[in-house]
Design a binder for this molecule. Structure first.
Ligand code: NDP
Ligand code: 2IT
Length: 450
């Protein structure tokens, strides 16, 4: 542990005691608190207001039973949560994750990260996350619908357009949002913008589907251009995952002149030296809900290798981890460095372990933390809320231009904060400080309690 400030060390030790057995939450808190050393020195007023002690505790956490009936007529029970993490700068906002690994630690880490990310967008949204330990992979469409309806029945009691606005995350795309939104609308008898990521037929926004992946590339392009006077043009790119974020990150990277040569799912990865044919990936993943392995069966010359972690052995200039937390460890980071990687931009939330981040820092790899570079998704969600409130919709081009501007702005704010707080170019520190300061000022202004 590397805290110089006794105050931060004691806050962190209290967090460890109170949240024992929650490794992901502790990891996320430690990373942010370590970044706040320079703030603690310069802003004793925020220390006195107890902002950091309050920020390491979610405002509210709801846990509930989700019971539903499977295709055989048997009753099934899952556990659902909504973590309403922080509402200092706007209504709670953040995605829902459906994955068998989901637990309180993961959702608290995601809610904590979301609070700073949403602040970085410059838009008026607080932080939240939710989900359930449900595996949609082996379920029929009817089972997914009944699960989502049961989940939304409970969630409806706690959300609203000005209270808490959920969206997608791992395992939750337009299909699941549709089932949940439909149930919410039935129960509330209101058509409001209480979910984002809705269908374009039902109040959704253009570019929301593409937003996280496109935003990631807009951010990385700005970072490359500002720091290295470089661009995506001619770069070889590896993208992990083959879900929503990965697909649209690959699409934008290719549009910007790069060649994406590898993608993965939790079973393994594909390598295509000619550049991945995204239409084939979209057909497999978005239409058939199949496995990435079948890409190699359809595209001549492509190779499939079992084991998703092996993807980091592929030589590349730019690595975009877009699958899940802790998917790049120290060893894999070293492998990337040995192979000459020059940019790592996180599309997933906390995909790099602290050891991996240290290795990138030590080797002068341009590195952007997820809370900055993957903020495009929630930014366009916020634009969706805005359009819903106005009962209006902007064109694809209008939303895309706003997204591009927001991502460049996040980069410059994080970069500027890194300079101002004596760590020029360290975007982990810059993003954490820039995200923190806005929330902290709002909390201080609103007084104690939440
Ligand atoms: P999807 O469910 O669409 O895709 C997830 C992808 O990651 C799949 O290819 C999946 O493979 C893979 N994956 C999931 N869990 C694991 C695991 N334990 N090990 C290896 N691979 C895994 O999710 P998204 O694309 O929406 O989300 C990806 C990441 O981006 C997450 O970290 C999410 O929090 C983050 N994010 C998402 C945003 C959004 O707008 N959707 C916004 C900002 C961040 P498989 O099918 O085999 O499970
Ligand atoms: O991690 C994230 O930022 C998301 N899953 C998107 C959240 C949102 O509300 O759009």
């Amino acid at each position: 542990m590397s805290f110089q400030s006794q105050y931060l060390l004691s806050v962190y030790q209290a967090v460890c005691q109170r949240n024992a057995g929650e490794p992901e939450f502790l990891q996320a808190v430690q990373e942010v608190l370590e970044s706040l050393e320079p703030v603690v020195n310069k802003r004793p007023d925020l220390v006195k207001a107890g902002i950091i002690e309050r920020l390491v505790e979610p405002e509210r956490m709801i846990q509930f039973r989700v019971s539903w009936v499977d295709d055989k007529g048997e009753v099934r029970v899952n556990r659902g949560w909504r973590v309403q993490y922080n509402s200092a700068i706007g209504p709670y906002k953040g995605g829902l994750r459906l994955h068998p690994s989901v637990n309180a630690s993961i959702l608290k880490f995601l809610g904590f990260e979301q609070t700073f990310k949403n602040s970085l967008t410059g838009l008026p949204i607080g932080g939240a996350k939710g989900g359930a330990d449900f595996n949609s992979r082996d379920k029929s469409e009817g089972e997914v619908m009944r699960f989502c309806q049961s989940f939304a029945t409970e969630l409806t009691k706690h959300i609203g357009a000005d209270t808490d606005v959920p969206a997608g995350d791992i395992g939750v795309g337009p299909r699941e949002i549709g089932f949940m939104f439909g149930q919410y609308k039935r129960l509330s008898n209101e058509f409001t913008g209480t979910f984002t990521g809705k269908s374009l037929y039902s109040g959704g926004s253009w570019v929301r589907k593409e937003a996280t992946g496109y935003g990631l590339c807009y951010f990385a392009q700005e970072m490359l251009s500002h720091i290295k006077q470089d661009s995506f043009e001619g770069k070889t790119v590896v993208v992990s995952g083959s879900g929503n974020v990965a697909i649209y990150a690959s699409e934008k990277a290719a549009q910007l002149g790069a060649k994406v040569v590898a993608m993965s799912d939790s079973d393994g990865y594909i390598y295509d030296e000619n550049g991945i044919d995204l239409e084939v990936v979209k057909q497999i993943k978005e239409v058939e809900r199949g496995r990435i392995k079948s890409y190699a069966e359809r595209v001549p010359g492509a190779v499939y290798t079992p084991g998703c972690g092996e993807i980091w052995s592929v030589k590349c200039d730019v690595a975009l981890p877009c699958a899940t937390q802790n998917e790049i460890n120290g060893e894999q980071a070293q492998q990337l460095v040995n192979n000459g990687v020059s940019v790592v931009a996180e599309g997933a939330n906390m995909p790099c372990t602290p050891e991996a981040v240290e290795i990138f820092r030590a080797n002068h790899v341009l590195f952007s933390p997820g809370k900055a570079s993957n903020a495009g998704g929630v930014a366009v969600s916020s634009l969706e809320m805005c359009q819903n409130s106005m009962r209006y919709s902007w064109s694809f081009e209008e939303v895309d231009a706003k997204l591009k501007w927001i991502m460049a702005n996040i980069f410059h704010n994080a970069y500027q904060a890194s300079e101002e707080f004596d760590h020029k170019g360290d975007l982990v520190i810059g993003a954490n400080i820039a995200g923190f300061l806005k929330v902290a000022e709002a909390m201080k202004w609103q007084g104690v309690a939440y």
